[in-house]
Design a protein around this ligand. Structure first.
Ligand SMILES: [Zn+2]
Length: 61
């Protein structure tokens, strides 16, 4: 039951923090960086700064 609600709050529309792998909701995330035309979202300032220092290390996984 309530499958339709679960679906609304599932990973749809969510993105992965490329640094730690956590699921991030782009609409609520304050931490984001743009790299090569793609916007990446992060769970924390820490992950964002890690990414900013060396983006390619995280997107070439
Ligand atoms: Zn993170």
């Amino acid at each position: 039951m309530f499958d339709f609600i679960k679906k609304m709050f599932s990973s749809e529309g969510k993105v992965k923090d490329p640094v730690c792998g956590m699921t991030v909701d782009p609409q609520n995330s304050k931490f984001k960086s743009e790299f090569k035309g793609t916007t990446y979202y992060f769970c924390s300032e820490h992950c964002k700064s890690q990414f900013d220092q060396n983006p390619e290390q995280f997107i070439n996984l």
